[in-house]
Design a protein around this ligand. Structure first.
Ligand code: ZN
Length: 225
């Protein structure tokens, strides 16, 4: 790539140092706590504390009520939480909560894991370049949302860039993976300053051999909100 990818990518490195060290020393089947924390907040904001408590209890996670995890957690915990809420709620409602949780997670990552300089710079870059830098940054933090799954990301094309992300053996797959789709939607929309359409053509929870997302970045300006 003719651009200074390494130079700009180094913007991400300081914020990732402690995470990387933590991830290195952790067992493979660990995942970032936000998969549980943000799902709890999404549940509480839609249904209140009573329903949240029932679903946490069903998932065996009652100890996290009022005492959310701060460090990496066993990936079986968010998996149990996703399963419990999908069992407790109609599919459409469960997907709504998972989507909200994914957007909250993306917001957390933007605020806390992307250094301020990168946060300011990325939306000003051409989408094709911003997408590439973001995929590179996401790959370095993949354990936060992919756990023991194997994450890969690439971007095709420059004029109309298409981001392709995949997780093999995705530990948090649910049909259509609304949580992951919302995480990616939030990250790419915010940090590439473009409309993005996230499509999930292959899903492990629907019988495919992996989960794969396609994110198309429009080149037009963002709508006024
Ligand atoms: Zn999937």
């Amino acid at each position: 790539m003719p651009t200074s990818d390494r130079g700009v990518a180094s913007l991400f490195e300081r914020a990732g140092e402690s995470d990387a060290a933590e991830a290195e020393g952790a067992a493979l089947a660990r995942i970032g706590p936000n998969a549980v924390i943000q799902t709890g907040q999404a549940l509480a904001s839609r249904y209140g504390s009573g329903v949240t408590r029932l679903i946490y209890e069903a998932a065996g996670l009652a100890r996290y009520l009022g005492n959310p995890p701060h460090a990496m957690i066993d990936e079986r915990e968010p998996k149990a939480l996703f399963t419990a809420l999908r069992q407790a709620l109609p599919a459409q409602e469960a997907d709504h909560v998972l989507t909200d949780a994914g957007l909250r997670t993306a917001n957390y990552i933007v605020e806390n894991r992307i250094p301020p300089r990168a946060r300011k710079l990325l939306p000003k870059l051409p989408p094709a370049l911003a997408s590439r830098l973001l995929v590179s940054a996401i790959a370095r933090h993949a354990w936060t949302f992919a756990g023991s799954g194997h994450f890969e990301g690439r971007v095709r094309g420059w004029r109309e860039p298409v981001v392709i992300l995949s997780i093999k053996a995705n530990p948090l797959a649910t049909p259509g993976c609304p949580w992951h789709g919302a995480v990616f939607q939030g990250l790419f929309a915010t940090l590439t300053a473009t409309h993005v359409a996230v499509v999930h053509p292959r899903c492990q929870a629907r019988g495919d051999d992996c989960c794969e997302w396609t994110i198309k970045a429009a080149t037009g300006p963002q709508p006024q909100v």
